[in-house]
Design a protein around this ligand. Structure first.
Ligand code: ZN
Ligand code: ZN
Length: 367
């Protein structure tokens, strides 16, 4: 029987190890995907540190991934409306089993809060099989949202945008930008970088990016930020002056949090104009409380604050269209700066945590 190699995270703070998995029995409507690429993002570092609740270790990490359909059982149709055939290059939405029937799915219309929802590489256990991207193959069970990778989009470009791009599509939905807005993006990781580019596409005339280190700030400029600010060298007072200088002393119309820092939230509220909006997306794990003078910074400023949790299938599908249309002008490919083999994922995790690379890619097929 055929078997596939996968990198397994046995438990938090335990080195990732390679294990063999038998070829899964394909249910009708399922696909066995030969993995071309997966990625290592901040979430994987959190997973390794044990910062996410309810993770069924051991897991095969790797949520957003791309591959080639190796086996298709029965008739499978993608969310892009196309029939899936063996040999197709496919991307899939990592969130699956969203039920469509519960209160979150139907009444409050917050499907990213559906309790049945599971995520490849995060809330799927390795005990169940090939449910993560750090593996030679991924089992796409029936019901997974699959889409063909547009012909013009290289797999490397898709994965370099990766989960950060899909999250950023959701953020820009939540940001409700108006043509001509000035936007502050806090954080220049994969999410912040894509948010910069998409804010420009959505009509922002100017984007100010706060972050570090220098190579990511350079990327932020390439992604469309006109003003970049190194938070490790510019003091809060200097940062405030930069923002006020760029906005006629008013503050930004919209701020986007993609930093995961409680201090960042405190700072942004002082930098958004009266009646402005703040979208918080980077607190994927609990960064602790922020100290805010609600009277001064929210009530009197007439501010709007919106959370942004996870993403939906539509964000995934629209991310594919955005890549197809804008990959020539927006350097998503440059985010995925380094590629690692399966055997090197521990080193990749360390590099990701130390922010030595904007994003680490995993290529299971490489030696
Ligand atoms: Zn539901
Ligand atoms: Zn991710």
């Amino acid at each position: 029987m055929k078997s596939y190699l996968a990198a397994v995270m046995p438990a938090p703070m335990v080195p990732v190890e390679l294990r063999d998995f038998p070829e899964p029995t394909l249910e009708p409507g399922s696909v066995l995907l030969k993995t071309l690429y997966s990625e290592i993002c901040g979430t994987d570092v959190h997973l390794w540190r044990g910062r996410l609740a309810g993770v069924p270790y051991p897991i095969i990490p790797g949520h957003v991934s791309v591959g080639v359909a190796d086996k298709v059982h029965g008739v499978v149709r993608g969310v892009d409306g196309r029939w899936v055939a063996e040999g197709d290059r496919l991307a899939f939405f990592d969130v699956h089993r969203t039920c469509g029937r519960c209160r979150a799915c139907t009444v409050t219309r917050t499907p990213t809060r559906c309790e049945a929802r599971r995520v490849y590489g995060i809330t799927d256990s390795a005990d169940e099989g090939l449910f993560g991207g750090w593996a030679e193959a991924i089992y796409l069970e029936p019901g997974v949202s699959i889409a063909a990778l547009p012909e013009s989009v290289p797999a490397e470009t898709y994965i370099s945008g990766g989960c950060g791009l899909i999250t950023a599509v959701h953020i820009i939905d939540r940001a409700d930008l108006t043509l001509g807005d000035t936007v502050l993006v806090q954080g220049v990781g994969a999410v912040g970088l894509s948010a910069i580019a998409l804010a420009r596409l959505a009509g922002a005339v100017r984007v100010i990016a706060f972050g570090a280190p220098a190579d990511r700030l350079a990327l932020a400029r390439d992604m469309g930020a006109e003003v970049i600010v190194d938070i490790t060298t510019a003091t809060p007072a200097e940062r405030r002056d930069i923002v006020l200088d760029a906005t006629d002393g008013l503050g930004v119309d919209v701020a986007i949090e993609a930093a995961g820092s409680a201090r960042a939230v405190e700072e942004a509220l002082t930098l958004v104009r009266d009646g402005g909006r703040y979208v918080i997306a980077g607190h994927y794990t609990d960064a602790g409380p922020s100290a805010i003078n609600v009277h001064q910074l929210i009530n009197r400023k007439h501010l709007e604050i919106r959370g942004c949790w996870g993403s939906e299938v539509g964000h995934f599908v629209r991310a594919l269209r955005l890549l197809e249309q804008h990959q020539a002008a927006i350097p998503w490919r440059a985010i995925g700066a380094q590629t690692y083999a399966l055997a090197d994922v521990n080193r990749a995790l360390a590099d990701a945590e130390a922010m030595r690379v904007p994003k680490a890619l995993v290529r299971p097929g490489s030696p």
